[in-house]
Write a protein that binds this ligand. Structure first.
Ligand SMILES: [Zn+2]
Length: 296
């Protein structure tokens, strides 16, 4: 638990520092040449408050909404940045908790700067929720970025018992596992935050930050299994660097298409497989190849 406290104590300083250093789409020199700017993030939203007549099987009309949802907090981190550089903002000190413009502005800047984002279920939830708040609060769309969603990788590649962050980080991560709620279980945490309970906000912050740290660790475990984005197009050097950072590869057989044969490589560090683009077949061999005809 000592690690957690240290991480939390550096929150606000880090947010300010990182916000200052931000430059639009410029890659900081400390980033390895091989890497695009990769942002890992997670948001928490407030529930919709409404008027209900009963508990079971309810259809609520829009006029039964007492208070609409908004972003409560977010945490974000550049991939491979030290853990104490994690960023976090929340609505606890805001005069009007529903007005999330100030914290949206900072996550908007980060997304605008990012080439790639990594989330857990963010394609269905976080990205859409943020976009909704962006347009409602008068923001333009952030600059285009690619999106890696660990939940989507999990459902496409693996047959885990659960694709939830809690399950996957518990089984796969050693340093940061998703935190279970402490003093405020389940909905209590959200309710107490909305009521302005500082202790609940501290727990929300810890929970939000840990989600990002554990998500980063989970993503790194999944790197050799993910072939969604080629990070090497984001640098101009004529060398291949694995997403894990390694530049050591061994030849690993061949990849075949219906018209070609290509050299395969395996990263010596993480085992991720790639292949050349050059067809190893001679012109004559390529000419001799016949194609399958489409079946109707
Ligand atoms: Zn690798």
């Amino acid at each position: 638990m000592a690690r957690t406290k240290k991480v939390v104590s550096k929150t606000k300083k880090t947010v300010k520092k990182v916000a200052k250093k931000r430059t639009t789409k410029k890659r900081a020199k400390k980033h390895p040449v091989s890497m695009p700017k990769v942002l890992i993030y997670d948001i928490e939203t407030a529930p919709i408050l409404g008027y209900v007549w009963r508990l079971w099987d309810q259809n609520l009309g829009l006029n039964m909404i007492a208070q609409d949802w908004h972003v409560m907090s977010w945490s974000a981190k550049w991939l491979d940045a030290p853990a104490d550089k994690i960023m976090y903002m929340d609505q606890r000190k805001m005069k009007n908790i529903e007005d999330d413009k100030k914290i949206l502005k900072e996550i908007w800047k980060l997304l605008d700067e990012a080439d790639v984002v990594i989330t857990q279920n963010g394609k269905r939830f976080d990205q859409k929720k943020l976009n909704a708040r962006f347009i409602l609060q008068g923001f333009q769309p952030p600059s285009t970025y690619k999106h890696i969603d660990t939940k989507q990788i999990a459902s496409k590649i693996f047959g885990f018992t659960s694709n939830k962050l809690e399950y996957m980080t518990d089984k796969l991560c050693t340093k940061y596992k998703k935190l279970r709620h402490g003093k405020f279980p389940g909905f209590d945490l959200w309710q107490q935050c909305i009521k302005g309970n500082e202790e609940a906000w501290d727990e929300m912050e810890e929970y939000n930050r840990y989600d990002v740290l554990s998500l980063e660790e989970l993503y790194k475990k999944m790197i050799p299994w993910d072939n969604s984005i080629n990070f090497n197009v984001y640098h101009d050097e004529e060398k291949h660097v694995c997403k894990c950072g390694s530049e050591q590869f061994s030849k690993n057989g061949f990849y075949y298409t219906s018209a070609g044969k290509f050299q395969k490589y395996k990263c010596k560090s993480c085992g991720h497989e790639t292949r050349d683009k050059i067809n190893l077949f001679s012109k004559a061999k390529r000419k001799s190849l016949r194609m399958e005809t489409p079946k109707t």
